[in-house]
Design a protein around this ligand. Structure first.
Ligand code: GLU
Length: 430
């Protein structure tokens, strides 16, 4: 997803990644729409802090391998930094900067009292043993410990990490604080150690709340609709499950092993069970295999890209046949592709809203940890729906009033809130 022009007048490589460059284009588009104060815009286009750490790990064969980890704290105007930690072989500082920027604008548009951050380690976690993964997580947690904490920066899971990762992170941080349990340092923890009911499925459920609402707006119905899901991890699998439960036909899903198609609808419960046993969908035989490109270009009512960034760009935007796209992943459609799809009448629910369910319930988890008082799952799901649909409604109204694409609308609403807060706080020291 190559950007057309380099919008960064400085030359730092970590500010030149495609994900961040795309975010900058959206930020600039949105700032124009709301006539944003140029001094505020100048500050919003930069991460506040970028931390790079070496993470040495003793592997099972006794050799020592050094991995590189990151934590980028983008903006803390609205509250403590918040955002996930990604373990993936393609993680680098430039990607983490882009993801940290998206977290900032996501938390703002959702109305949460949180800033934006992101972390990651360049590692393929599928190649690590459980012991190696635990050592890696604990050393990374220890390296970034001075910069995180329940009132400073609160990590969470992302691609390649899960509740167990958060449990090891929380334990390491707590041990280093004299052994006192500090559940509020991370969210997405197992329920047994201060996690929230409903957090594990929250992102996927949020994607479906938004999909249902978007269909309602467009005069469509989820029951009987044909849905395509790219990615079958925490976001994609739960999104597919909730859509399936609501009567939709999931005609295709994919994961790292490829795409799986059945025009009559896949059996999602069976596929989730298969992944539990086999770790991925590899060799799943009750579907027709298709490529990732074919999957994205299938004719369907809704396409849910729930994998990685940069999946739909100017090369395939013209070929997309979905009526709407609900972005379960962060940054799956480039800025340029957004304009093409928008002109073609494809409705896009942008990432900062569509996948906001995860961080909304992370916020609830953090609040429950502070109160040491835990909510019923039904309560969490209902409150999630309220926060998410209110934000979506605000963005839809803004979009209708200004006649801009949905991504620009979401970013504009987000920047407006940040701008007001930044002007109130002022610039330190003067
Ligand atoms: N990694 C998720 C995201 O990209 C969740 C972040 C969080 O819960 O802090 O939104």
């Amino acid at each position: 997803m190559a950007p057309q022009e380099n919008l960064n007048p400085h030359s730092e490589a970590h500010l030149n990644g495609p994900l961040f460059q795309n975010a900058l284009m959206t930020i600039k588009d949105a700032a124009k729409i709301i006539n944003c104060d140029p001094n505020i815009l100048e500050r919003l286009e930069r991460p506040r802090r970028c931390l790079t750490v070496s993470v040495p790990v003793r592997m099972d064969d006794q050799s020592v391998k050094v991995f590189t980890g990151y934590r980028v704290q983008y903006n803390s105007t609205l509250g403590p930094y918040k955002g996930g930690i990604r373990y993936h072989q393609n993680v680098d500082l430039a990607e983490v900067v882009g993801l940290a920027a998206l977290m900032t604008f996501k938390n703002s548009v959702l109305g949460l009292p949180l800033g934006g951050a992101k972390g990651g380690i360049c590692v393929d976690p599928t190649k690590l043993s459980r012991a190696e993964n635990q050592s890696l997580t604990r050393r990374y947690a220890s390296e970034i410990a001075p910069f995180v904490g329940p009132t400073k920066d609160i990590p969470a899971p992302d691609v390649g990490t899960n509740p167990q990762t958060m449990a090891w992170f929380m334990d390491t941080y707590s041990q280093e604080q004299g052994g006192y349990a500090q559940p509020g340092v991370v969210t997405g923890k197992p329920v047994e150690i201060g996690g929230s009911l409903g957090r594990n499925h929250a992102t996927g459920l949020g994607v479906i709340y938004i999909c249902e609402k978007a269909m309602e707006i467009k005069g469509m119905k989820m029951a009987g609709s044909r849905i395509v899901v790219q990615g079958f991890g925490n976001v994609g699998s739960f999104a597919a499950k909730f859509a399936h439960e609501r009567g939709a036909r999931i005609i295709a899903v994919s994961d790292v092993s490829g795409g799986y198609f059945n025009g009559d609808g896949l059996n999602i419960t069976d596929m989730m069970e298969y992944v539990k046993q086999n770790k991925s969908l590899k060799d799943y035989s009750k579907a027709q295999m298709i490529s990732n490109e074919q999957l994205l270009e299938l004719e369907c009512d809704a396409l849910l890209p729930c994998a990685l960034e940069g999946q739909i760009d100017t090369h395939n935007a013209e070929k997309i046949k979905a009526k709407m796209i609900i972005e379960g992943a962060n940054g799956p459609i480039t800025n340029a592709a957004t304009k093409i799809l928008d002109q073609r009448g494809v409705f896009i629910a942008p990432d900062v809203i569509a996948n906001g369910g995860g961080v909304i319930v992370s916020y609830f988890e953090w609040v429950q940890d502070i109160m040491s008082f835990f909510w019923e799952e039904q309560d969490v799901d209902t409150k999630l729906k309220g926060v998410l649909l209110r934000a979506f409604d605000t963005v839809c109204k803004f979009q209708a009033e200004k006649k801009v694409d949905m991504r620009s609308a979401a970013m504009a609403v987000s920047i407006q809130r940040l701008e007001k807060a930044m002007l109130l706080r002022g610039l330190y020291p003067r």
